[in-house]
Design a protein around this ligand. Structure first.
Ligand code: ATP
Ligand code: MG
Length: 264
């Protein structure tokens, strides 16, 4: 399905689309953050004032939460919220992947469905927003391209790329991994079932922080499996995402025909 036209082709256009989502859902810019969007859709550089914790920083601090979000679940939201709080971020931008490079040989739900579920899941948090940069960029999604686009869109901000312990362990397999460290600080969050010791990875000094977060043994893989068997997914994903899955019949491909709904 395609509820939103996939038209933005450049980071600027993608950013405009990103902001039009803000327009539809109301002001996502936290009230504590001053300043306004410039005409080209970029933020003016003056906008930083006070963070949620009452601290002042010389530059705005933006978290980037990349993921396939197939579907987005509570583990993603807790991870983003914890990093936002502990690293005193002004905003976390969720960036659903286009064609994920490590999932080329498996079925991935339509990008527009994943995007809309991410918008639904984040809409109640004034510090969470969603960007289309990855889903509007043709071809396979590489994190280096996400970071370069974000760097162009937010040139005067400090970027914090949020990732789980499972993903950080594979970071050297990512394209142009050596060029990522200059573009963002990395925050790896703990994830049940994956080692949280970074010392075995030969990461550049100071480039990555490990943050312990409340353990949620939730994965999109398990949510999809549950949904396909008609098992409950309520409380593993936000309520609106349960409804979206039901309404659009997602993850039903392996369900016998007598299963009407995903239990929730
Ligand atoms: P899948 O099972 O399809 O791979 P997933 O649950 O791993 O899905 P992704 O979209 O692949 O979700 O993950 C996006 C980011 O969120 C990754 O950096 C991943 O490590 C992190 N993440 C996902 N689930 C959790 C969790 N329960 N706790 C902490 N981090 C998580
Ligand atoms: Mg994953």
């Amino acid at each position: 399905m395609s509820a939103t036209q996939n038209t933005a082709q450049t980071p600027q256009m993608a950013h405009a689309a990103h902001n039009s989502v803000r327009g539809r859902l109301g002001p996502h810019i936290p009230s504590s953050v001053g300043g306004a969007l410039a005409e080209d859709g970029r933020r003016q550089t003056l906008w930083l004032t006070e963070s949620e914790r009452g601290h002042h920083h010389a530059r705005p601090r933006i978290g980037i939460m990349g993921g396939t979000f197939d579907p987005i679940h509570m583990g993603h939201l807790v991870a983003a919220s914890e990093v936002e709080w502990k690293f005193d971020l002004d905003e976390v931008i969720f960036v659903p992947t286009g064609r994920p490079v490590f999932k080329l040989h498996q079925h991935v739900t339509d990008a527009e469905d994943r995007y809309l579920m991410t918008v639904i899941a984040t809409s109640s948090n004034p510090r969470f927003t969603v960007s289309r940069v990855d889903i509007d960029r043709p071809g396979v999604t590489y994190t280096i391209d996400t970071l370069r686009d974000m760097h162009r869109l937010y040139p005067n901000c400090d970027l914090f790329f949020i990732t789980g312990a499972d993903a950080i362990a594979e970071i050297f397999e990512w394209k142009d991994a050596d060029q990522m460290w200059d573009l963002a600080h990395f925050v790896a969050v703990t994830r049940p079932g994956y080692p949280s010791d970074l010392s075995k990875l030969k990461l550049p000094r100071g480039a990555v922080d490990m943050l312990e977060i409340p353990a949620l043994a939730i994965s999109s893989t398990d949510v999809r499996r549950r949904a396909s068997h008609g098992e409950p997914v309520r409380y593993l994903v936000p309520e609106g995402v349960v409804e979206y899955i039901n309404k659009h019949g997602l993850y039903r491909s392996h369900v016998s025909t007598d299963t009407e709904h995903v239990s929730s």
